[in-house]
Design a protein around this ligand. Sequence first.
Ligand SMILES: NC(=O)c1ccc[n+]([C@@H]2O[C@H](COP(=O)([O-])OP(=O)(O)OC[C@H]3O[C@@H](n4cnc5c(N)ncnc54)[C@H](O)[C@@H]3O)[C@@H](O)[C@H]2O)c1
Length: 254
Amino acid sequence: MKLKGKTALVTGAASGLGRAIALAFAREGARVGVNDLNEEAAGATVSEIARHGGQAQAFVADVSSSEAVRRMFAAFLDTFDGIDILVNNAGIKAGYRYNQGRTTADLTDDEWRRMMGVHLDGTFYCTREALHAMLKQRSGRIINIGSISGMQGFIGLDGTADYCAAKGGIIAFTKAVAVEVARHGVLVNCIAPGYILLPTMTVAPEFRSHITASIPLGRFGEAADVAQTAVFLACDDSAYFVGQVLSPNGGYVT
Ligand SMILES: NC(=O)c1ccc[n+]([C@@H]2O[C@H](COP(=O)([O-])OP(=O)(O)OC[C@H]3O[C@@H](n4cnc5c(N)ncnc54)[C@H](O)[C@@H]3O)[C@@H](O)[C@H]2O)c1
């Protein structure tokens, strides 16, 4: 087990990639805090972990609220008595705007602020709270979830510039914080997934075949491709990784 005895908080872990990361961490022996806005679904992730013999607890909080994040960390530290790993995964989507024929010219102020709030504010608020504990204990891992869209935009998915900007910001934030805290024993890195297909997603057949044809490996990624990257960045195997962006993307971006 690569994470035996470690404590981890995964944001947005009620579904999708966050859920897969939480389950993978628990399988590797970590005790896991399952954050999400969705209480019922977060509870389902906790039950799934418990069913496999792992330990987890739900922490319902909106990561875009600094006060809610402060309260969540107080509760987490009270329960788990320390934090070894933080995964900033909570996120909201923008791709649906493409189907609505909307472009960046149509984005509203509220959409822009919400996108920055969940992704960038959320990543900052959780990182700040985690650093208070990790700098004191002189160890810790922070893994931020970016996206290939933060490196090159979404070619062919108009109306998603706010999402791409937030993800690009997360990549820059990762690098800046990483070089600041590495010497204090805290390693910060980023995962920038490519097109990952989740069982809960509905993808238009023509979009699916167009993207599949553009990916050198000829398939979308799976949640496990991201979860295993997170396990790597959380465990001792990645002890010399600082401010790196690992991108499971099947060769779509090289
Ligand atoms: N699925 C992909 O192809 C893909 C690719 C690249 C990056 N990502 C990123 O991976 C992360 C997870 O995406 P996913 O596809 O699993 O999406 P998802 O919608 O399945 O999961 C996101 C989770 O975050 C939660 N959440 C949203 N806002 C929140 C908030 N303010 N506070 C707490 N929780 C909140 C949601 O309730 C949901 O459970 C996101 O950051 C996303 O941008 C996904």
